[in-house]
Design a protein around this ligand. Structure first.
Ligand SMILES: Nc1ncnc2c1ncn2[C@@H]1O[C@H](COP(=O)(O)OP(=O)(O)OP(=O)(O)O)[C@@H](O)[C@H]1O
Ligand SMILES: [Mg+2]
Length: 235
């Protein structure tokens, strides 16, 4: 089982959007995929998969009240999902229990994608421990990049080793850093580039993942390509 996390220094760079759509892209490609919302402080994944009222959630699993299997729901294309409770504050659960809660998924899941909190707070680090392949998600702009460089150093200090970079909201303007320069700055390969695309926001407004609602949009095509590349990468 490959456990993939898109981590970012800054919040709001598209972690939830890209994690959800990448998971769905992998499911569309026939991969057995589980998407877990480990972002308990702003659990947004439920909004994309109509799971706001799910009776059992990751919160209950982390409290040891139910097994993980009771909080798994079926989404489009066979994607399986574990939502967090929208109406509960994050302080009532301990994310450090996440790695053990995910044990036992074993052979049934090929790809596990985790949506984690932003920055490097205690809860973020706890959630990152459940991952294995960490990709840094950044915008191609100086403010986001300087934060990403700092995050990379801190992650390495904490014993995590980011494997690559995903760029989001790429417009191809001259105020952006080109991919080659970002690769040099971060000393990591660029694994994917998702363009700035209005379809992404329209899809959020309609409460559906963009790869499902607008499969031909530039963002969806980039996300399908990212899924293909991740499949090809050795874990
Ligand atoms: N490629 C894109 N093109 C256009 N808009 C985008 C793109 N990616 C993300 N967005 C928009 O950016 C906003 C933030 O996205 P999202 O909630 O996924 O970020 P996040 O990193 O998970 O934020 P948070 O730190 O709050 O968890 C949303 O309004 C989303 O629609
Ligand atoms: Mg988010």
């Amino acid at each position: 089982m490959r456990r993939i996390i898109l981590a970012s220094g800054k919040g709001g760079v598209g972690r939830t959007t890209l994690t959800a759509n990448l998971a769905l892209a992998l499911a569309k490609r026939g991969r057995s995929t589980l998407l877990v919302d480990a972002c308990l402080s702003s659990p947004n994944l439920a909004l994309l998969f109509k799971l706001e009222k799910a009776p059992y959630t990751l919160n209950d699993v982390l409290r040891g009240e139910i097994p993980l299997s009771d909080a798994i729901y079926e989404g489009p294309h066979g994607l399986r999902l574990v939502p967090s409770r929208v109406s509960e504050t994050a302080d009532r659960v301990d994310l450090s229990r996440l790695p053990s809660a995910l044990e036992g998924l074993g052979e049934r899941v090929e790809f596990l994608l985790l949506d984690t909190p932003g920055g490097l707070r205690r809860e973020t680090v706890a959630a990152l421990r459940a991952g294995q392949e960490i990709l840094l998600l950044t915008l191609p702009e100086i403010t986001s990049l300087s934060d990403t460089m700092r995050t990379k150093v801190l992650l390495e200090f904490l014993g995590f080793r980011p494997l690559g970079v995903v760029l989001n909201r790429v417009r191809g303007k001259d105020y952006e850093f080109p991919p080659g320069e970002i690769r040099r700055l971060l000393d990591l390969p660029i694994v994917g580039e998702v363009p700035e695309d209005l379809s992404v926001r329209k899809a959020w407004r309609k409460g559906e993942p963009v790869v499902e609602l607008y499969p031909r949009s530039p963002a969806s095509q980039a996300l399908m390509e990212l899924a293909r590349r991740l499949e090809r990468r050795a874990s």
